[in-house]
Design a binder for this molecule. Sequence first.
Ligand SMILES: NC(=O)c1ccc[n+]([C@@H]2O[C@H](COP(=O)([O-])OP(=O)(O)OC[C@H]3O[C@@H](n4cnc5c(N)ncnc54)[C@H](OP(=O)(O)O)[C@@H]3O)[C@@H](O)[C@H]2O)c1
Length: 316
Amino acid sequence: MTPPGTVLITGPTRNLGRYATLALADRPDGRRPDLLLVGRAGPGLTAVAEEARSRGATVREIGCDLSSLAEVRTAGAAVRDLLAAGDLHPLRALVANAGTTTADTRRASADGYELTFAVNHLAHAQLIGDLLDSLAAPARIVLLGSNTYHANIWRKLLHVPEAVWADPLELARPATGDQAPGMNAAGVAYSNAKLAVLYYAHELQRRVGDGIAVSVFEPGWMPGTALGRTAPEAVQRIGRALARVPGVSTPERSGPLLASMALDDRWAHLRDGAFVVKTKLTEVRPVAQDRAREKRLWEATADLLSTAQASQDASR
Ligand SMILES: NC(=O)c1ccc[n+]([C@@H]2O[C@H](COP(=O)([O-])OP(=O)(O)OC[C@H]3O[C@@H](n4cnc5c(N)ncnc54)[C@H](OP(=O)(O)O)[C@@H]3O)[C@@H](O)[C@H]2O)c1
């Protein structure tokens, strides 16, 4: 068994990320990893760090708003410094959990990119790229996907739209106009960002060595989390009600499953962006396996990240 080392998780402040963090901290001595918590600075981050420490974990908090690529680069540098200083055990897993949706797809990140695409995909691509050399083999990268990338009968009934893929430079462009394009456009943006996560995971595995295993986790539908926080109040109320339906996934139940993906031997064989829905290894639909789109996403992501860096450098 590989020693647990350090696990980095983004978005540890609430719901899925918080329960995954606490499940990692709850591991017994000798199997408990050190924790690097990358989240928006504030009481939520301090609270989960304190809770994890009270369970025996060594924890470092890295304040970072993922909607700013400059902050992501700074966070990556801080992680590299901590690891180089020998303050923590080797980095064995990076869990890219943070996610967001926005009811208004005109909203842009600090770098001018559509917010949903920026936080769910671009920020994690930046962080992972900056930390690839810091991961100690055998290491894992676990990304967060969502089954909303494709439609099924239930999603159609609930008006949850599937992905409508476009060139990544288009996906990164905020909507324009006097009025917000509406909830359907917001849902499409989220599904596109999660389809991007799958494409990126497949391409990432092709580009990293054998020592790094890339997988994608789907926690099940967890209505009522903060993911829908910008939706109209009536929609949020329905989400909170659905969260109480027996059998529906919850952060309390799915958080430990995400923690398991990061470290447990059970998942050590996963590679190539393997998609796990809660505990079930699941084949993705043909639309989510597309070599041409995966290559294009990789190249466009590199362009978007370097454009953001160049514009930051120029404004110094
Ligand atoms: N809920 C579902 O049904 C569902 C289904 C499939 C997949 N997922 C995925 O599972 C993951 C967790 O979802 P959840 O339901 O737990 O969502 P959530 O309740 O909204 O929590 C999202 C987490 O991401 C963080 N985050 C969002 N924007 C950020 C930013 N700009 N900078 C830093 N951190 C940011 C939040 O931090 P703050 O506390 O600072 O806001 C929070 O910790 C997401 O990737 C989501 O797409 C969820």
